[in-house]
Design a protein around this ligand. Structure first.
Ligand code: ZN
Length: 153
């Protein structure tokens, strides 16, 4: 288990240091800003939505490795997904990082779930849960067209 935990940590640090999809896609159709005052994380999520499908996604932000890694992994997963599917994924992700039982793999394909499992360790650190979920809350707000800043408080 500790080897697994080390691997997870490595993946988080890697995404934190070299975030994927960093920057605003030229084609972005919606965006939203999020802020986690407890840790000082800020994130902006950009989405290109066409015919209910997320065609492109990017983000900008500053914060701890977990908040950046979570945003980075989320952008890798969302591309090509449909908006209704993503709402469902948000629920499941939330469950993954807050609930005790791990029986929440439904709704993700195997590869996506493996990626997100890396973040499941945060459930032991309630303050870190907000770092991990910030990008997801902000993405939801962008999809809803909510241009007010999202805060985890
Ligand atoms: Zn943080």
């Amino acid at each position: 288990m500790s080897a697994l935990r080390e691997l997870y940590q490595e993946v988080i640090l890697d995404h934190g240091k070299t975030p994927r999809n960093f920057g605003k896609p030229d084609s972005a159709t919606c965006e939203s800003n999020g802020h986690n005052p407890l840790c000082g994380d800020t994130v902006t999520i950009y989405l290109t939505v066409k015919d209910n499908i997320v065609e492109d996604v990017g983000f900008e932000g500053r914060g701890c490795a977990i908040s950046i890694a979570s945003a980075s992994m989320m952008t890798e997963i969302l591309r090509g997904k449909n908006v209704d599917e993503i709402r469902d994924m948000f629920e499941r992700f939330h469950h993954l990082v807050t609930a005790d039982e791990a029986a929440c793999d439904g709704g993700f394909d195997g590869e996506d779930f493996e990626k997100l499992m890396v973040l499941s360790g945060v459930k032991e650190f309630p303050m870190r849960v907000k770092c991990a979920t910030l990008a997801w809350h902000t993405m939801q707000a962008a999809l809803k067209g909510n241009d007010q800043e999202v805060t985890t408080e």
